[in-house]
Ligand binder design. Structure first.
Ligand SMILES: [Zn+2]
Length: 506
């Protein structure tokens, strides 16, 4: 007799967190390695999660007046050169197209030919190419604000890649807006950070800290970068969305000008904001356990799987009929403005079937056997609870209470993540404690360190750099809801007016 494994994923999180992550992705069947280094093949279970993220987030954007459009994948090199800081920030990770056809060579292979007069950069982000269009679209204050978003792929050549977290090609959205005044642009920058915060917390179940980046961590070319940061289960920070106030930098670079009501010509003020398939990595690392992924119900590829149980053809007919009618009934239910998403798995592969769904992280597993049918009941297991804990429900109690049950799981995941983040966040006031907090007890396990340190910082970039050099710890953000508080810089001891969030980061 086979013994039940202790956990479905080996190694466990405490044994080797980064290997656990790779194994969870594999076991959940969300993505595959690609023949191109650093690129992803996103499989249906992973892509369905992305589609739900896109759908929900897109609705939230549109509710604020944003409209979608599409801009070219290629950016002329000269466009990127227009904003000095911007080009410097992205120069090291650009894929560049230099030829436009292939020719047979003497060895029978193919050689790039037809060199382009001007190389084209595969978009790492689209401020400059979109700016070119905006310069044509905007001429009067009546054209403003202009609120545009695009859902696309981008390429940032990465040497060290990790699926969903850091890949050379990834999927994202980038919003770009144009405003008549700095105040309007700043308000939009904050508004989009609020949209991200709401989405990441309420839909992905990840608690975040809203903050402002320091100058050294800012988006290249931005005046101000706002961000949300979440703590993963290895206590590292993951940036889950950024919103940039670009001042007039990109408007000047692209020539986005408008006539004011007083008929004066002025440069406009712009913003940009983005979030990406990285969020999928965040979901895995925030909620996953030693049995695999745990999907937050609101964005889960499916809400539940029906698992019919039968021993012979007679039972099969009866059970499948009941399963089909239950599935039809469930699909008529709306959970959080979307139809309930139902999977049916009638394979008879024993216990392996249930474990596959556990590893995929589906919120509810519903077993239907001949005995349950005779009692008009179903046998339900929740992914956020121990896999052995199953509960029998009368059919109408289950269908009637389904939305509440899914909400309970959604809320539970957020509360667990909140408690974890709180448990590993400390206010630290002495360099000794600070260095101790970030120094792992066991050097073989460098990922086990304190978490988030809320400490004072004088504002000097050299102190920030020293801590990064010593500990690979960076300032994740200066929290937006910070209360002013007098203290001394954790690095140099000079006076400071507020605490910042220090952490190791993805
Ligand atoms: Zn200092």
């Amino acid at each position: 007799m086979a013994t039940q494994p202790k956990s479905a994923i080996t190694p466990t999180r405490t044994e080797d967190y980064s290997e656990w992550y790779q194994q969870v992705v594999k076991a959940s069947d969300m993505a595959d390695r690609s023949p191109v280094r650093g690129c992803m093949v996103i499989k249906p279970w992973g892509y369905a999660l992305w589609e739900n993220i896109v759908r929900e987030l897109d609705d939230l954007f549109k509710a604020t007046g944003v409209k979608n459009a599409y801009f070219p994948l290629f950016i002329p090199l000269s466009f990127l050169e227009k904003e000095a800081e911007h080009v410097e920030g992205f120069a090291k990770e650009c894929a560049v197209v230099t030829h436009h056809r292939l020719e047979k060579n003497a060895a029978g292979g193919l050689t790039p030919a037809g060199e382009l007069a001007e190389p084209l950069v595969v978009r790492p982000t689209s401020e400059t190419i979109i700016g070119d269009s905006f310069a044509k679209w905007v001429s009067s204050y009546r054209d403003l604000p202009l609120l545009i978003n695009q859902w696309v792929n981008v390429v940032r050549w990465e040497m060290r890649t990790r699926i969903f977290l850091r890949t050379s090609e990834f999927l994202w959205q980038e919003g770009h807006t144009v405003h008549a005044t700095a105040e309007d642009a700043l308000e939009r920058t904050r508004l989009m950070l609020d949209v991200y915060t709401r989405f990441v917390q309420d839909y992905l179940g990840m608690p975040v800290i809203k903050g402002r980046k320091t100058a050294s961590e800012r988006f290249p070319g931005a005046v101000d970068t706002l961000c949300i940061e979440a703590m993963m289960q290895d206590r590292k920070a993951l940036q889950a969305g950024t919103s940039h106030f670009l001042g007039q930098n990109f408007a000047k670079a692209s020539g986005i000008k408008f006539q004011t009501a007083e008929e004066k010509e002025e440069f406009a003020w712009t913003t940009s904001w983005g979030t990406s398939t990285r969020m999928i990595g965040g979901v895995i690392m925030t909620h996953g356990d030693d049995d695999g992924v745990i999907m937050p119900p609101r964005v889960s590829p499916a809400h539940l799987v029906l698992l019919p149980i039968f021993r012979n053809d007679d039972e099969r007919t009866k059970v499948m009929e009941y399963t089909a009618s239950l599935a039809a009934e469930l699909k008529e239910i709306y959970y959080h403005h979307a139809r309930v998403r139902v999977e049916i798995d009638e394979r008879s592969i024993g216990g392996a079937r249930g474990w596959e769904w556990i590893k995929k992280g589906i919120p509810l597993r519903v077993e239907i056997g001949p005995r349950d049918i005779s009692e008009n009941a179903v046998f339900v297991a929740r992914r956020d609870m121990d896999h052995r804990q199953k509960k029998s429900f009368q059919r109408e109690v289950f269908t009637g209470g389904l939305c509440d049950l899914l909400d309970e799981i959604q809320g539970n995941l957020f509360q667990r993540a909140r408690a974890f983040t709180d448990d590993h966040t400390r206010t630290i006031d002495t360099p000794e404690d600070f260095y101790g907090f970030f120094t792992p007890d066991n050097l073989d396990r460098p990922e086990i360190h304190g978490g988030f340190a809320m400490s004072h910082w004088c504002g000097d970039a050299s102190c920030e750099a020293k801590i990064k050099e010593d500990l690979t710890v960076t300032i994740r953000s200066i929290p937006l809801d910070n209360a002013p508080e007098k203290g001394r810089c954790i690095c140099c001891g000079k006076p400071s007016g507020e605490r910042v969030v220090f952490a190791k980061a993805y």
